[in-house]
Design a protein. Structure first.
Length: 154
């Protein structure tokens, strides 16, 4: 299967999880590419409008995984803007994962994957799996391994 992992990562945490997911997918025999959503201004508190400079095309993949950080207990505005502007992708398999500083998923992570999943479904995609990595949790590495394993089997 040809899988695209499309991420926005400001600090590198979400990108590092994407890399682990890519490794797990490739171990399952999938062709996997990581692409990044980029913008002119990544400052989360900026009052400037979001201007995306890199917008990967998810239609090129058999399945597409979206990853983004939590900001203010919600999906970061940059990934939200990206997901709102992609074309309809009826029936495409998707997965959503997020990284957050807090140690419990109910502190924004669950809401963020729900927001991402809702945006994917609004574009006609089927959301097969979701996951939250709590960066300050003692079980962070285990969370990353479990999410990588689940997503690689989609």
């Amino acid at each position: 299967m040809n899988i695209g992992i499309i991420v926005f990562s400001r600090t590198g945490n979400t990108l590092s999880v994407a890399e682990k997911i890519r490794e797990a997918c490739e171990a399952q025999g999938h062709t996997t590419v990581i692409e990044r959503v980029m913008t002119q201004n990544e400052e989360p508190n900026s009052k400037l409008p979001i201007k995306l400079t890199e917008t990967p095309d998810p239609s090129r993949y058999d399945a597409v995984f979206f990853g983004a950080p939590v900001e203010a207990f919600s999906l970061c505005a940059i990934m939200k803007a990206y997901l709102e502007q992609i074309p309809e992708l009826p029936g495409k398999i998707s997965c959503c994962f997020t990284t957050q500083h807090f140690s419990k998923p109910w502190m924004g992570g669950n809401r963020t994957v729900r927001q991402m999943s809702d945006l994917c479904r609004a574009k006609g995609m089927k959301v097969a799996e979701t996951g939250v990595v709590n960066w300050s949790s003692k079980s962070r590495e285990l969370q990353i391994r479990e999410i990588s394993s689940r997503l690689s089997k989609v």
